[in-house]
Design a protein around this ligand. Structure first.
Ligand SMILES: Nc1ncnc2c1ncn2[C@@H]1O[C@H](COP(=O)(O)OP(=O)(O)O)[C@@H](O)[C@H]1O
Ligand SMILES: [Mg+2]
Length: 300
């Protein structure tokens, strides 16, 4: 089989040729996005699951979903050695500039930039490789206490108001949330609490390891009422089979049902293994019809 045409994509965050078995959570996001855009409140989403189940892939898909319904999006990945302000501030600046280029009143957007400027100086963030260059006076007294739990809610509220001024909404998508410090996670939860209280058009869609609900709950007991924690896990056997057969057939090839069953049994619904087995089976196959004996040879 031609390895260049191999449709499978084992990897980290690499979109699968066919994203199967995640209809329910994608529908939940569709409803969340539509409700928040209409000024209704809805729980934000924190996806949880082990490594390799497809959280990053889902987050990227949800980012596209948000943009398709008119959201402005910010997609970041939490990091052990980068703080939340360092990750977020440049993205917020870009977002405000984008809003600034749109037609209409500028008041809230100007204010957003001024508050962002005070935030940056108060949390003492330095951006070595990216001068923020905000050519505006900071707004004194908003988001400038230096305490992230107080400042982040202020800052995100002003950004959400700026988006509202443009008739749009903001989706903040954050991967690997478990890497944030307790203080950062708490600040983020408090910011989302503010969004709900004021019904501001900003949603958070996060992803993290299964420890995340506990981290969030320990940080703020009301977290369980603010967020929904969909568990992303193994795929049903029928979905797993679809994830193998669909891409093969799309490439105009075929795979024996017994080989599909063997892959489904070995992968146990685990998305990364499905891609890896699909990939190896394709490359190991001599003709367009990989059969069980060849797969068994591969297994040895
Ligand atoms: N719903 C799915 N169907 C088929 N393959 C998937 C699905 N979700 C993810 N994958 C595959 O699983 C692997 C791991 O996905 P990733 O999003 O990196 O997982 P996580 O972020 O949970 O560690 C990737 O190779 C991806 O293509
Ligand atoms: Mg991931």
């Amino acid at each position: 089989m031609d390895p260049i045409r191999n449709p499978f994509s084992p990897g980290a965050g690499s979109p699968p040729p066919e994203l199967v078995g995640r209809e329910a959570v994608l529908e939940q996001v569709r409803i969340l996005l539509a409700r928040v855009k209409q000024g209704k409140s809805e729980k934000s989403l924190l996806l949880t699951g082990l490594r390799g189940v497809g959280k990053t892939v889902l987050l990227t898909k949800m980012c596209d979903q948000a943009e398709a319904v008119g959201y402005h999006t910010i997609l970041i990945e939490a990091h052990e050695d980068k703080s939340l302000p360092v990750l977020l501030a440049p993205q917020l600046r870009n977002l405000l500039y984008k809003l600034d280029r749109m037609e209409g009143a500028k008041q809230q957007i100007r204010r957003g930039l001024a508050v962002l400027k005070s935030f940056i100086s108060s949390v003492k963030v330095t951006f070595d490789d990216m001068p923020l260059g905000l050519d505006i006076d900071p707004e004194q007294g908003t988001a400038d206490t230096g305490d992230l739990e107080l400042d982040l809610p202020d800052l995100l509220a002003v950004v959400a108001q700026a988006a509202a001024e443009r008739g749009t909404a903001v989706a903040l998508l954050i991967d690997e949330l478990q890497y944030f410090s307790e203080k950062e996670l708490s600040a983020l939860i408090m910011a989302m609490h503010r969004m709900q209280q004021r019904q501001l058009p900003l949603v958070l869609i996060g992803a993290g390891l299964p420890i995340l609900p506990r981290l969030a709950g320990d940080s703020k007991s009301y977290a369980e009422r603010l967020f929904s924690f969909p568990q992303i896990g193994a795929l049903e056997p029928a979905d797993a089979a679809r994830a193998i057969v669909g891409p093969v057939e799309t490439e105009g090839a075929a795979i024996e049902p017994a080989a599909v069953d063997a892959i489904v049994a070995m992968a146990q619904g685990y998305p990364y293994f499905i891609q890896e087995w699909g990939y190896q089976a394709w490359n190991g196959a001599e003709s367009s019809l990989p059969n069980l004996s060849r797969l068994n040879r591969l297994l040895e």
